[in-house]
Design a protein around this ligand. Structure first.
Ligand SMILES: [Zn+2]
Length: 130
C-alpha cells in the first residue's frame, strides 16, 4: 500500500533524527501533505499511527498531518488560483499553460522530542520511566 510505504519513509527520517540525539524520546511528528500529493489523508494518518506505534510501542507518539492547499499560477496571464487537479486550466483565460506552485509537497515538517534531562516530567504520566 502506497500510504504505508510513505509512513515507513517518515519513520526512517524520524529514526535518523533520533539517532543524532541519544536519550531523547519521540513525542510528535508533523507531516505536511499537499492536496495534490496523491496521498489519501485518512489512510496515511492511520498508517502513520500504526508505524509509529510499532516502532515506539507504548510511547503514545502522535502523528500529525497538515494538509496543504493546492496553488497554481497561469503562465499566460499570471492569474493565481486553486487548481482542481494536477493539470489545471486557467479560470481567467482558459490557458493550459499553468504551473503548480503548491500542493504537491510531502515532507516531514517537524519532529518533537523529549529531552533526556527532563526527568521532572509533567502530566500524562501513563508510562513512568526508570
Ligand atoms: Zn490565464
Amino acid at each position: 500500500m502506497h500510504e504505508l510505504s510513505l509512513a515507513m519513509s517518515v519513520a526512517e527520517i524520524v529514526a535518523s533524527e533520533l539517532d543524532k540525539r541519544p536519550g531523547a524520546s519521540l513525542r510528535e511528528v508533523t507531516v505536511k501533505v499537499g492536496r495534490l500529493a496523491g496521498v489519501e489523508l485518512d489512510t496515511f494518518e492511520a498508517a502513520l499511527a500504526t508505524v509509529l506505534e510499532a516502532d515506539y510501542p507504548g510511547c503514545g507518539v502522535k502523528g500529525v498531518i497538515e494538509s496543504v492547499e493546492a496553488q497554481a499560477e497561469c503562465l499566460d496571464c499570471g492569474a493565481r488560483f486553486v487548481p482542481p487537479g494536477r493539470f489545471p486550466a486557467c479560470p481567467e483565460c482558459g490557458s493550459a499553460a499553468c504551473m503548480l506552485t503548491g500542493g504537491t509537497e510531502f515532507r516531514v515538517a517537524s519532529i518533537t522530542l523529549d529531552r533526556p534531562e527532563g526527568s521532572g516530567e509533567n502530566g500524562e504520566g501513563d508510562h513512568p520511566r526508570q
